[in-house]
Structures are given as C-alpha cells and as structure tokens.
Design a protein around this ligand. Sequence first.
Ligand SMILES: *[C@@H]1O[C@H](CO)[C@@H](O)[C@H](O)[C@H]1NC(C)=O
Ligand SMILES: *[C@@H]1O[C@H](CO)[C@@H](O)[C@H](O)[C@H]1NC(C)=O
Ligand SMILES: *[C@@H]1O[C@H](CO)[C@@H](O)[C@H](O)[C@H]1NC(C)=O
Ligand SMILES: *[C@@H]1O[C@H](CO)[C@@H](O)[C@H](O)[C@H]1NC(C)=O
Ligand SMILES: *[C@@H]1O[C@H](CO)[C@@H](O)[C@H](O)[C@H]1NC(C)=O
Ligand SMILES: *[C@@H]1O[C@H](CO)[C@@H](O)[C@H](O)[C@H]1NC(C)=O
Ligand SMILES: *[C@@H]1O[C@H](CO)[C@@H](O)[C@H](O)[C@H]1NC(C)=O
Ligand SMILES: *[C@@H]1O[C@H](CO)[C@@H](O)[C@H](O)[C@H]1NC(C)=O
Ligand SMILES: *[C@@H]1O[C@H](CO)[C@@H](O)[C@H](O)[C@H]1NC(C)=O
Ligand SMILES: *[C@@H]1O[C@H](CO)[C@@H](O)[C@H](O)[C@H]1NC(C)=O
Ligand SMILES: *[C@@H]1O[C@H](CO)[C@@H](O)[C@H](O)[C@H]1NC(C)=O
Length: 420
Amino acid sequence: MFRFPTVFFGSVFAACLLLFIGLTDRTNDGASPNVLSFDVDIPSLLHNNKKKSISPKTEEDAPKVITWNRNNSTDKFCVWFNFTKATKESDFRSISLCTHGSIGYSKFVFDHAENWDDRISVALLVDSAGFTTLKTYLKLHKCMENTTEKVSTHLVWKPENETCSSSFILDALEEPLNATDFIDNCNVDDHIDAGLFNHSTTDLYYPNTLRNVAREGAGTELHLIADIENHFSFNASEILLEATKDVDKKSKIAVVVRRFEYNTSFDEPRTVKELYDLCRMHEAYQFHRFFYAIGHSVPGLPHWFRYSLNASTTPTLFSINYRSSIWEPQLIVHASAPYHFEGFSMKRDQCALPYELCRAGYSFTVASHAFSFHKGIKINSSSKYSLFEIAKIARKIGNVFRQYLDAEYGIETIKTCKKW
Ligand SMILES: *[C@@H]1O[C@H](CO)[C@@H](O)[C@H](O)[C@H]1NC(C)=O
Ligand SMILES: *[C@@H]1O[C@H](CO)[C@@H](O)[C@H](O)[C@H]1NC(C)=O
Ligand SMILES: *[C@@H]1O[C@H](CO)[C@@H](O)[C@H](O)[C@H]1NC(C)=O
Ligand SMILES: *[C@@H]1O[C@H](CO)[C@@H](O)[C@H](O)[C@H]1NC(C)=O
Ligand SMILES: *[C@@H]1O[C@H](CO)[C@@H](O)[C@H](O)[C@H]1NC(C)=O
Ligand SMILES: *[C@@H]1O[C@H](CO)[C@@H](O)[C@H](O)[C@H]1NC(C)=O
Ligand SMILES: *[C@@H]1O[C@H](CO)[C@@H](O)[C@H](O)[C@H]1NC(C)=O
Ligand SMILES: *[C@@H]1O[C@H](CO)[C@@H](O)[C@H](O)[C@H]1NC(C)=O
Ligand SMILES: *[C@@H]1O[C@H](CO)[C@@H](O)[C@H](O)[C@H]1NC(C)=O
Ligand SMILES: *[C@@H]1O[C@H](CO)[C@@H](O)[C@H](O)[C@H]1NC(C)=O
Ligand SMILES: *[C@@H]1O[C@H](CO)[C@@H](O)[C@H](O)[C@H]1NC(C)=O
C-alpha cells in the first residue's frame, strides 16, 4: 500500500524538495537519471543543483526561519515554517490536523496522511541526534503521495546560540547518509523496524510551543489540535467539517473530538460500530480511563453512541459544560481562538487551552460520528522526565498564566471556570 513507482519518487523527490527549500531555480532541477534511483540522498540532490543559486530569488522563496519565544517562556526555539509544504490546494474553510512530536514520532504522520483527508500541519522538534530520522522522514514524505499532498512540516529546534539559522538544518542534511541506514523502498514499517525512527532525547519537551507552531503554520480556518499517536476514524475530516459548519470567528465554539484507547489484541476500531462493539466487550475505553480519567472523560457517551450509530442521523454538535482546569479534551477551534499558553512542560500543558477558552467565554460541544483512538490501554504512568522538575515548571508558569488570564479576561470569569 505504501509502495510508489520509482519514477514518481524520483521526479517528485527532486522537484519538490528543491522547490520547498527554495534553493534553486525550478526550471533546471538537475534530475539526472541517477536521481531516479533510491540510492540518492538529500545532500547529493542539493549538490547536484547548483549551490551557487543558494540565495533565494524572492521573499517568498526564502526559508522562513524565525525565533519563537512567546508568553515570556524561558525557552527559545528556532522555527522553520513550511519546510515541506502540502502540494494540494485546500480551501481556507477546511480543518488542519495540527500535531507535533520530537522527530522520532514523525513515523506517525504517515497513518494520519492516509486517513485524514484534509490538511495536516506537523511541528517536529529536531536536535543534532535526530538528523538520520529527519532524512528518513523526508524520504518517506516524498515517496508517499498522500503525505506529499497533505502534510506541511515545520521544524523546531533549540538555538545553538542566540541566532536562528537555516544552516543548522541544511548543513546536517548535506552530511552523507550512512549507507547501512538506507533502505531501498518506501515502506514505513521497514524503516521503523530498522530503528531509523529510534530517536529519543531526555531534554524536556515543551508541547504547547509545538502545538502553536503547528497551528501557526496550518493556513486553514479550523484547527484540530491532536497528539501525534492518535489515529482517526474513517472519514473523520469530512464528518467533522460538516459537524463544525457553524464554527466561525464570532461563534466562540470549541469542539471536542472524543478520544479512545483499545486493546491491541483486537482489530483497530475505525468505525463507530467497531468502537461500540469493543467498548461493550471492555476492550476499548475513553482515553486514559484507568490512568487519568478525570483529564479526559467527556460526558454523554451513551447518547453519543446512540446518535452516531443511528443510520438516519447527520454529523452534529452536542453541548456540554466545561469540566475543570485539569480537563484536557482534544479540540477543534477556529484559527482566531487563543493559542496554548507556553512555558509548560509535560504537566498541565494540554489543559491550558480549554481553561483559557472557558475564561474567554467559549462554549464547549462534542462532535458526533467521528473519534480518535490510541493503540493500547494505558494502565500505569511512566515518564522518562523528572516529575519533580516538570511539576516545578508547572507551578512557576501557572502563576504567570493566572496573572495573564486575570488581566485578559477579568477575575469574574473565575466564577464559571474555577481557579487554575
Ligand atoms: C512578559 O514580560 C513583559 C515585560 O517584562 C510583561 O510586560 C508581560 O506582562 C509579560 N507577559 C507575561 C505573559 O507574563
Ligand atoms: C501568550 O501567547 C498567546 C498565544 O501565542 C497569545 O495569544 C497571548 O497574547 C500571549 N500572551 C502574552 C501576555 O504574552
Ligand atoms: C491516500 O488516501 C486515500 C484516502 O484519503 C486512500 O484511498 C488511498 O489509498 C491513499 N493512497 C495511498 C497511496 O496510501
Ligand atoms: C552563532 O551561530 C552562527 C550561525 O551558526 C555562527 O555564525 C556564529 O559564529 C555563532 N556565534 C557564536 C558566538 O557561537
Ligand atoms: C555506519 O553505521 C555502521 C553501523 O551503525 C557503523 O559501523 C559505521 O561506522 C557507520 N559509518 C559511517 C560512515 O558513519
Ligand atoms: C529501536 O527501538 C526498539 C524499541 O525500543 C527496539 O526494540 C529496537 O531494537 C531498536 N532498534 C535499533 C536498530 O536500535
Ligand atoms: C505555510 O504555508 C501555508 C500554506 O500552505 C500558508 O498559509 C502559511 O501562511 C505558511 N506559514 C508560514 C508561517 O509561512
Ligand atoms: C466514508 O465515505 C465514503 C464516501 O463518502 C463512503 O462510501 C464510506 O461508506 C464512508 N465510510 C464510513 C465508515 O463512514
Ligand atoms: C487484551 O486482550 C487480551 C486477549 O483477550 C488479554 O489477554 C489482555 O489481558 C487484554 N489486555 C488488556 C490491557 O485488557
Ligand atoms: C434514529 O434517528 C431518527 C431521526 O432522528 C429517529 O427518528 C429514530 O428514532 C432514531 N432511531 C433510534 C433507534 O434511535
Ligand atoms: C503499575 O504500578 C503499580 C504500582 O505503582 C505496580 O505495582 C504495577 O506492577 C505496575 N504495573 C505495570 C504493568 O507496570
């Protein structure tokens, strides 16, 4: 299913990569016959293509590398927007699946591209140990049509010094790829099995920065903010677009997309019926049912099933109440809605947006007919990070967040939303 004709790979790979990076003129992409083989890597493509024209011709062609530092967060990042840019035109009125991860998690993008039939905007955190994985991701991104068409990739990294420069990425991409790392096909699983996505870092991760980068780079009117390990049900993008037809700048509606987890000894549930059957067998549950239900449970599940399973109903939104400041539902919001407050690490990061939306007077709804699932039922918490350190960060940034909210939305709104 993932395989693509070699000719396709070669021409798209050569033409698109250079077009995206904006390094060269587009009429002469130097696609010599050897480019059509898989034994070609990004650096050699760069070399083959007249490095002398490295200065971009127009503003628009210039790599958009900026320094990113919001909400006085102690962390600064460099961001290269649209490092890969979705080739397929898309309506402004569409839903971008905005997701994020450190570079090793980029393997999940390919499943999204097959199942989410709309834009995908992904922010990937790269460090110097992650370049082999980045090259692998870029290779697969180019050789799968769905991914090339839909996925815009924004690279995020910590500045080595005070400046943010595209050379951090470009220099690394020019390093030759270790031949033993190179697999002569476009099969994602083969690359995963070979360990090419085995990248991990013990640096603290700042999810809200990555979420916001993905939203900023989306370029569509609606944003579905999702964790990268989620998988979406069949036709989710079309269903959700229909359900959210009344969500606009004025309406101040946040839309919850239900999340589930299931026992991987069973087939993955891509339809509501399959999900329902697994839930009845106690092999699927609302996300983090055993581990952190309070953060994820969304009221009205029996009614949601009844409605969504009924063949004569159409996608719609059900009103629900905001739950609490530790509630972290998966949301679709309008592009004009607030972004996640930055500076949190892996604790209380995700609930910052729902809480701010409550303070800002948004109402909450749940979309029928579509959902996402996580592979595996999580029983225990595990973290490679220091829980003490991330709790300390959450307390510290929480104080800043509170002051910001009180100034922005007034303290009266605490009555409805409770305290942070
Ligand atoms: C960021 O710092 C500036 C200057 O110190 C201050 O005016 C502003 O309120 C701070 N913003 C936040 C979100 O704390
Ligand atoms: C914090 O960041 C959000 C999202 O970028 C932005 O909307 C908001 O204005 C910022 N607030 C402050 C005080 O910096
Ligand atoms: C691309 O996605 C569509 C559904 O959106 C699917 O039917 C098709 O098989 C996918 N193509 C590939 C090459 O995966
Ligand atoms: C900062 O990085 C730039 C670009 O990589 C480099 O030219 C410059 O020498 C560096 N400065 C310091 C102080 O390391
Ligand atoms: C390529 O990888 C192999 C196995 O990890 C290693 O032994 C070899 O030294 C690497 N070669 C280069 C040029 O990095
Ligand atoms: C990659 O990681 C997986 C899971 O942690 C491990 O089983 C596998 O041996 C690793 N592969 C390589 C080549 O390091
Ligand atoms: C990225 O590309 C999209 C179109 O695909 C565009 O709407 C958006 O403005 C671009 N983002 C940035 C930050 O350049
Ligand atoms: C998805 O949409 C297609 C085309 O509209 C339809 O044929 C198919 O039955 C739908 N699948 C599900 C699970 O809703
Ligand atoms: C998943 O299903 C298998 C097979 O029925 C069972 O042995 C296992 O305990 C289940 N796992 C969980 C987490 O429920
Ligand atoms: C299915 O929906 C239709 C239309 O809303 C309704 O009339 C019917 O009672 C529903 N059927 C069931 C079994 O809920
Ligand atoms: C889960 O945590 C409990 C208590 O911390 C421990 O006894 C148990 O062995 C853990 N289970 C797994 C599957 O890690």
